[in-house]
Design a protein around this ligand. Structure first.
Ligand SMILES: [Zn+2]
Length: 317
């Protein structure tokens, strides 16, 4: 009898692998290095070995495991199970990963973008339980999203839907974005934008607590958040500004899609209320009233397990 699924969450440094039961509980988990520099073959072999170890240590096989799902940080062809391109893991270009895994284990295998997997995890077993329409957003180095409408993941014509981070916030100018265009949402409001803002305050002559806290002078969003939580006024101001920008970006999404919930996760979201309060206030002030009134903005619940739990659910999505 099928009792479990396997979820795999591939990152630039580590690969997380978990045996997940049908209630979203993790029965076993392990982490192996990605070793991107050794090419995709080494990575795929590591994954195969990790799946074999998992099966052996938990006494499972292809009769008890319903499916394997992968969340990957980049462009995935969900239908064909091909990894198109992973910007931060060089060499993973046009890899038929689903077929490679199915050939090895004879277990149905699905792939999708990692933020979409996180959305699926939160929808079924986290902050989005019971929702029909939600957007799950991660704010870290960039801003990504998984969109669920009418209970279904939105994938788009080329499986590329959900690039909230590249909503345009200006007509003719603005900061250069990693996508090559100017004035994108994430160029104004992601982790690197927080660091840029923090450096601007210091070079403008402001004394800020995060400057003392930064080891070797390296300022990170985490340090600015810690300084803000300790009451540093410049840091609080930075999060107010960033929260307002995120609120403006999300207002477009709220007006367009009318979600019940926006779930925010990722490193920057760990700052908590100092970030969430200005986001909520800005959406309340700027979104259209009907959309704003039916919305809740909440933190993600599954933290770093959302990826594997969501990936395990891909077979039914
Ligand atoms: Zn962009």
């Amino acid at each position: 009898m099928k009792k479990y699924r396997i979820g795999v969450d591939i990152g630039g440094t580590n690969i997380k692998i978990a045996l997940v039961d049908f209630d979203g509980k993790i029965a076993y988990s392990n982490t192996v290095p990605t070793r991107a520099e050794m090419g995709y073959e080494a990575g795929v072999n590591n994954i195969k070995q990790a799946i074999k170890d998992l099966m052996q240590e938990t006494n499972q096989d292809s009769k008890t495991i319903e499916a394997i799902g992968f969340g990957l940080p980049g462009q995935i062809d969900y239908k064909s199970g091909i990894v198109k391109n992973l910007p931060n893991i060089p060499g993973w270009v046009n890899i038929p990963l689903a077929k490679m895994i199915e050939d090895e284990f004879s277990i149905p295998t699905k792939l999708d973008n990692d933020v979409r997997c996180a959305a699926l995890g939160e929808l079924n077993f986290g902050a989005g339980k019971g929702c029909e329409n939600l957007i799950c957003i991660t704010v870290g180095t960039g801003i990504g999203s998984g969109i669920v409408l009418n209970g279904k993941l939105v994938r788009g014509a080329a499986n590329a839907a959900g690039e909230i981070g590249h909503i345009k916030m200006s007509i003719n100018d603005g900061p250069l974005c990693g996508c090559g265009d100017f004035g994108c949402f994430e160029a104004y409001a992601s982790g690197p934008a927080i660091v840029t803002l923090a450096k601007e305050y210091i070079s403008g002559g402001k004394s800020a607590k995060y400057k003392e806290m930064a080891a070797d002078g390296i300022i990170t969003p985490y340090i600015v958040a810690q300084a803000a939580l300790q009451g540093d006024s410049v840091s609080i101001q930075i999060f107010k500004q960033i929260g307002k920008i995120i609120g403006v970006g999300l207002t477009s999404v709220v007006n367009l899609l009318n979600p019940e919930k926006i779930i925010i996760g990722g490193g920057v979201a760990d700052a908590g209320d100092i970030l969430f309060e200005p986001i909520r206030k800005t959406i309340e002030e700027r979104a259209m009233p009907i959309q704003a009134n039916s919305l809740k903005v909440v933190p993600a619940q599954l933290a770093n397990t959302a990826g594997v739990i969501g990936a395990s659910l891909l077979i039914n999505s």
